[in-house]
Ligand binder design. Structure first.
Ligand code: TRP
Length: 451
């Protein structure tokens, strides 16, 4: 089989690609607005627990299975299941995964388009001197303009397809190496800025995000936190499995996974700490929704020295973080088409991108013309997000961990992961008992009707 992104020659290259996939809009755009909507700390703390207790072992499991299978997610699952003497129906984990990545990309590309458009908006100096009202108005007008959203969704999808068609080459890896640290530095700078200008609001933001308030925990918030842990680590869609299939035997999966999870968490927390002080200092609502970063950060850029340049840089970095994730979302579909049909890599990319792009148009219309078009009380954008994050990701994640914990030879896994007796016991306890029960319980609890 032809492998198009078999580039990771080193552990560093692999880690970069995995971190590039994980760190994306989920951390900077989605995490803060979800935390805002779900009442802050209750969501944040549950998310942190989910990341380390559930996300990390599943990340290791996906890489482990991928490294065994050496193929696309569906055939990897089928082959590894066969090798372990299990039903080949385990391939459904891979099938739902590929389908999910396809659905996620359709709305991901719309938001990637927002980020790209905001580069231009920032460059025009549109934020200068703006307060919260101004930026909210600006964003509202922006959402109302179908042609704008359409053009930039198209541009973003085109860029994604272009990179994937070429194969994930040195260009992207190299740009990640520059962009990721750049984004990190800029985020730290923004947190410092927020701390300096927002006075007591900084403390208020800190409390909002971290003061444990367990009474505020609802089934909905816990399910959202679990789903977001999956989303943020790119789990449950076979992506990490595919990335794992290009790994050398010598890479230590656990320490690499730990680094990726920590990086991912840091970017999310930094984003929250840059955004919420501005929310509170400017009298904005934390529950503002999907537009949160597009409404808050421009206030900072509009009122600081050099804000226009920093604003442009920020949205460039954001666009890049989104691109390193969106290419990972397109890869499974393309790889599958390439193998299963007679399409070449380029045509496979074109075909899948066009379908995803068309579905994306339905998503972007749900912010304006089709606002009223709902199913189960959700518009198309929310519905796709809900279906993938809250249902498909946890389900395939569950399938993966049950497979790793119960279907695979544990002794071999132990050797592969270099686990001492204590860690091995912990691994088995987590994979076999804690994670499956937690995921099932959270899903039941989350879907129960709530007051
Ligand atoms: N993890 C990315 C983010 O946080 C999004 C993403 C990329 C993703 N690949 C994925 C989410 C696979 C779920 C599954 O922005």
């Amino acid at each position: 089989m032809k492998k198009s992104h078999s580039q990771w020659s080193s552990r560093m290259g692999f880690m970069l690609a995995a971190a590039g996939s994980a760190v994306g809009l989920g951390n900077i755009w989605k995490f803060p607005y979800m935390a805002g909507e779900m009442g802050g700390s209750a969501f944040v703390l549950t998310y942190l627990i989910c990341m380390f207790v559930i996300g990390l072992p599943i990340l290791v499991a996906e890489w482990l299975i991928g490294r065994r299978g050496q193929k696309n997610p569906i055939h990897t699952m089928e082959d590894v299941a066969k090798a372990e003497g299990r039903s080949k129906n385990w391939r459904w984990v891979g099938i739902i995964g590929v389908l999910g990545s396809f659905l996620i990309l359709s709305f991901y590309s719309v938001i990637g388009g927002w980020a790209t458009d905001y580069i231009v908006i920032a460059a025009k100096g549109s934020f200068v001197g703006m307060n919260g009202n101004g930026t909210s108005q600006l964003f509202e007008n922006f959402l109302g303009s179908v042609s704008h959203l359409f053009i930039w969704h198209t541009v973003f999808m085109f860029a994604t397809a272009f990179i994937v068609a070429l194969g994930v080459g040195a260009g992207l890896e190299r740009s990640c190496k520059i962009m990721m640290p750049g984004l990190g530095l800029l985020l730290i700078g923004l947190v410092v800025y927020a701390a300096l200008v927002s006075g007591p609001a900084f403390e208020q933001a800190f409390k909002f995000l971290f003061t444990p308030n367990w009474s505020a925990i609802t089934g909905k918030a816990v399910l959202a936190a679990l789903g977001h842990a999956f989303f943020s680590l790119s789990l449950g869609m076979g992506i990490m499995m595919a990335y794992g299939s290009y790994l050398g035997k010598d890479v230590n999966l656990i320490s690499t996974a730990r680094t990726v999870v920590i990086l991912d968490v840091i970017v999310a927390i930094l984003s929250g700490m840059a955004i919420f002080p501005l929310v509170f200092a400017n009298g904005l609502q934390p529950g503002e929704g999907a537009g949160l970063i597009f409404v808050t950060l421009p206030i900072a850029f509009g009122n600081m020295a050099g804000g226009t340049i920093l604003g442009v840089l920020f949205f460039i970095f954001l666009t890049f973080a989104a691109l390193t994730s969106s290419i990972s979302l397109l890869e499974p579909t393309v790889e599958l088409l390439e193998e299963k049909t007679r399409l070449s890599r380029v045509s496979a990319t074109v075909v899948s991108s066009v379908v995803i792009w068309a579905l994306g148009i339905a998503c972007l219309l749900s912010f304006n013309e089709w606002k009223q078009v709902t199913l189960f009380g959700k518009n198309i954008f929310d519905l796709l997000d809900y279906l993938t994050s809250k249902l498909m990701l946890p389900l395939t994640g569950l399938g993966t961990i049950v497979f790793a914990g119960w279907m695979m030879n544990q002794q071999l896994i132990r050797e592969e992961l270099h686990l001492g007796p204590a860690l091995f016991a912990l691994w088995k306890f987590l994979c076999r008992i804690v994670i499956p029960i937690a995921v099932v319980a959270i899903m039941i609890y989350g879907f129960m009707p709530q007051k």
